[in-house]
Design a protein around this ligand. Structure first.
Ligand code: FAD
Length: 491
């Protein structure tokens, strides 16, 4: 049972889509993920934007994929039963330098073939988005930009892959890879796995995974980012995604009215010198708050309900020095880095940044077609692209809720008061693979409201313990050692 045609390493959005697309072929595919769940890495913490394609250089794979992905995103989201909002975006500037950048992006967008782009005067921008500062001098309107919930997208792709025959090995870390005469032997912390081909989607650790059996070529030198989430009461401050091009070179504000009704602001950009953790920084959050004050003066900044940290997996080419160490080139890599080793049997997606979420399905298609060609695999007629949306009662009518509760009383017992989520939905989330509080949150949406889990966390922990048959002290917030009750729970 540990012999496969293809091993996908990494259960982020890229690994899950690569796995889903590989399931379209007559290939025995396994996904190996070090953590207890999918969507716990970079894919968990990003800006959730479906980009339109005006921001990237013409005639590149990135732009080509982004245009295609944007055009068809509503269809993909419908197939996968996840939310998608084509809210449009406005890039704004507040002076000469920014205006110049916007005009350049406009020209680039036209060259790329992005539909319906329009330059607007400051007054026109402020008439469209009343929450913005009146100091705006120019706007670039792009109706095609959209937003999704990245957790939903990643988990839905994974579930659809499972439905189509994917084997999954969660909580299993690949430690080394050897290349015998044929295929690969992967040593994990649980045993040995054999695969004819490897798709390396290790995110922050993708270069490390590749170097388990290949010479270094590209390495990741990450940076930090911080995000702020404002309560749903502030979700209407904007109706479009805002990209602010600052007058000083550096990061401006990005603000997203999310599919769940909140306002998401960020990311900041800061160095990451120490551990590669997802911690937030005071400096980054202060920076975002000051940008909010400048660009979104009507935003009630007291309505901040959460902050979270992100890590940018910046890839750089490296060259070997005479002493055997590796030196990075000065400029980072801007294009999607897809390295092909062993004549296409070992493919690595290294440090895929924005718009990686937007293009995750396209990247999955691209990779799976290459692997299928390498392994001479035919398309599988039985592939079913549909993943039905899970039951979500918060937006259901009173009649629908009543019916659901009659069929199963757990749907009538609300556990998350802010978002109106029932015990039945929590139990469903656990049955679908959630093992932690955040795993439930990413599937059912609990703990995302104003109280941020203050009221519901203990109840969800009890449900998790009951459904998983473990003790309360074994329930963690987000895997690893993040136990919630450890040390203070006497059972
Ligand atoms: C700050 C930020 C904002 C972004 N915003 C956007 C946006 O708005 N729109 C957009 O289109 N894109 C955006 N992106 C890009 C997008 O988020 C990424 O391209 C995408 O999430 C990368 O996913 P991944 O699967 O490569 O990585 P990850 O999600 O990190 O997944 C990699 C997985 O590999 C696993 N792994 C690693 N090593 C091993 C091993 N040895 N054994 C087993 N498993 C292993 C890890 O545990 C992890 O789960 C953003 C990126 C960043 C950083």
């Amino acid at each position: 049972m540990n012999k496969y045609d293809v091993a996908v390493i990494g259960g982020g959005v890229l690994g899950c889509f690569a796995a889903r697309e590989l399931c379209r072929y007559e290939l025995n595919t396994v996904l190996i993920e070090a953590r207890e769940d999918v969507c716990t890495g970079i894919s968990r913490a990003n800006t959730a934007i479906v980009y339109s394609g005006y921001d990237t250089a013409p005639n590149t794979l990135k732009t080509e994929m982004c245009l295609r992905a944007n055009e068809s995103c509503h269809l993909l989201c419908a197939e996968l039963g996840v939310k998608f909002k084509r809210c449009g975006s406005l890039m704004i500037s507040l002076g000469e330098r920014g205006d110049k950048v916007l005009r350049k992006k406009y020209e680039q967008g036209l060259e790329n073939g992005v539909p319906d782009l329009k330059l607007l005067s400051g007054e026109e921008v402020c008439a469209l988005e009343k929450g913005l500062t009146d100091k705006v001098t120019l706007g670039l309107l792009c109706p095609g930009t959209g937003t999704v919930n990245p957790w939903e997208v990643c988990i839905a792709a994974y579930e659809n892959a499972l439905h189509n025959g994917l084997h999954s090995r969660l909580g299993e870390k690949v430690l080394s890879i050897e290349k015998p005469d044929e295929g690969y032997a992967l040593q994990t912390d649980k045993g040995e796995i054999f695969a004819k081909a490897i798709v390396n989607c290790g995110g922050l650790y993708s270069a490390e995974v590749r170097e388990m059996c290949h010479r270094p070529e590209v390495r990741i030198f990450p940076k930090r980012g911080d995000y702020l989430i404002f309560d749903k009461s502030e979700g209407n401050v904007l109706s479009r995604v805002i990209f602010h091009e600052p007058e000083e070179k550096g990061k401006g504000l990005t603000a997203v009215p999310t599919v769940d009704g909140n306002l998401l602001v960020g990311p900041s950009e800061l160095p990451l010198d120490g551990e590669w953790d997802f911690a937030t920084t005071e400096e980054g959050m202060d920076f975002l708050m000051s940008l909010c004050e400048e660009i979104l003066p009507s935003l009630n900044r007291d309505k901040l309900i959460r902050s979270f940290g992100a890590i940018r997996p910046n890839p750089f080419h490296v060259t070997e020095k005479p002493d055997g160490s590796y030196e990075r080139e000065k400029r980072g890599i801007n294009s999607f880095t897809i390295l092909s080793d062993d004549e296409g049997a070992f493919l690595s997606l290294i440090g895929i940044k924005t718009p990686g979420l937007t293009c995750s399905h396209e990247l999955g298609e691209y990779i799976s077609a290459k692997i299928a060609e390498k392994l001479n695999a035919e398309k599988k007629e039985s592939f079913d692209p549909i993943r039905p949306a899970p039951i979500s009662l918060a937006k259901a009518s009173a009649e629908e809720r009543k019916k659901a509760a009659e069929a199963n009383p757990l749907y009538g017992r609300i556990v998350c008061r802010c978002a109106g989520i029932s015990e039945g939905e929590v139990v469903d989330a656990i049955a679908r693979g959630a093992k932690t509080l955040d795993g439930v949150k990413r599937r059912a949406g609990t703990g995302m409201g104003r109280c941020q889990g203050g009221f519901c966390s203990t109840r969800i922990m009890e449900i998790l313990a009951r459904e998983l048959g473990v003790s309360l002290s074994e329930i963690s917030k987000d895997g690893g050692e993040s136990f919630v009750a450890g040390g203070c729970c006497h059972e």
